[in-house]
Design a protein around this ligand. Structure first.
Ligand code: UDP
Ligand code: MG
Length: 311
């Protein structure tokens, strides 16, 4: 009998978890000859998420949970979940039912054929999301795919169904600055994409502010591309070239018109502009240096405070 483990990162999801459990259980009960395991990762929730999980696990022995010592972020929660989950196939799902459990049987069938190692999902619409957020999201995917060798699919969700083999490959990538959308692409394997329309969360609130998403997108750029570093070289070359032309123009002007050199306001502008560009480029280098600094410290990606199962 095959076993499916479902990893669910949860941060302040006390309202959503009961709905999630109910919906997924309907699906798992309808699938014969398959064993299920739910692995909830409580990512340092400040509400009663842990209490809800404890009650569920008393009711249903398939419910396992891990609880972090503080909030480490969804990336860390997914990593911990993948590491601790135990199944032939492992799925990652959000607790808010934005990832439809009704796709699970189809995903399972697809992997059972042996043709694919992973079934991934992407939403083709962004209905119910602020326009400005959709605009920046699209822009992010455009830039990301232009500057990175690793493909990141527009609208890709973290909702995935994978073989143990692929999960092991993902676990090999144990970097601290995690950007899973890139890591999934990086490890390769045959992936089948399923598409669906955006679904709004069943209860509770989104945990992502615009600012958090913006920082997360920078994470993606620095984690999967070093092209921004080349930018400073290119800008430097362009500026040297412009300076060279200006020198020639000024020399010719002086010879032909005998112009005394005037115009300190323009000079001040140029100094400010070039100074700005220099700081911008130093900032980019600083970003990579900072990431390297964090990475070499080898701090743990997550810290477990308690869990309801043995290894
Ligand atoms: N999440 C988490 N840690 C965090 C933030 C979010 O584990 O620090 C979980 C959250 O509980 C949910 C999933 O990640 O199950 C997706 O979060 P959310 O629904 O808020 O994001 P959105 O769907 O709005 O992008
Ligand atoms: Mg959500």
């Amino acid at each position: 009998m095959k076993k499916i483990a479902i990893v669910v990162p949860c941060y302040n999801e006390q309202e959503a978890i009961p709905y999630f459990y109910e919906e997924v259980t309907k699906i798992s009960d309808s699938m014969k000859n398959v064993e299920f395991e739910y692995l909830f990762v409580n990512d340092g929730s400040k509400d009663d998420t842990l209490k809800v999980l404890k009650e569920l696990s008393k009711k249903d022995s398939r419910v396992k949970y891990i609880s972090f010592s503080r909030n480490f972020g969804k990336e860390s929660a997914m990593y911990a979940g993948l590491k601790e989950a135990n199944g032939d196939y492992i799925a990652i799902m959000d607790a808010d039912l934005q990832d439809p459990p009704s796709l699970l049987p189809e995903m399972f069938e697809i992997l059972e054929t042996g043709e694919y190692d992973c079934v991934a999902t992407r939403r083709v619409t962004r209905k119910g999301e602020p326009k400005i957020r959709s605009f920046f999201a699209r822009l992010f995917y455009k830039i990301m795919n232009a500057i990175s060798d690793t493909q990141v699919v527009d609208g890709a969700r973290d909702f995935r169904f994978m073989t143990k083999q692929m999960v092991n490959a993902i676990l090999e990538i144990s970097e601290y600055n995690r950007f899973s959308k890139g890591i999934f692409g990086f490890v390769g394997f045959n992936t089948k994409w399923l598409e669906y329309e955006n679904i709004e969360r069943v209860a509770g609130k989104t945990k992502w502010s615009f600012w958090k998403l913006f920082l997360y997108s920078l994470e993606g750029f620095t984690a999967f591309s070093t092209k921004p570093l080349i930018l400073s070289t290119i800008v430097g070359i362009i500026f040297c070239f412009a300076a060279f032309i200006m020198v020639i123009v000024i020399i010719c002007k002086t010879f032909i018109f005998g112009d005394p050199v005037g115009g300190w306001p323009s000079l001040a502008c140029i100094i400010l502009f070039v100074g700005g560009i220099q700081l911008f480029c130093t900032g980019i280098i600083g970003q990579y240096l900072a990431k390297t600094y964090i990475e070499v410290k080898h701090r743990p990606i997550y810290i477990i405070k308690e869990k309801n199962f043995e290894d």
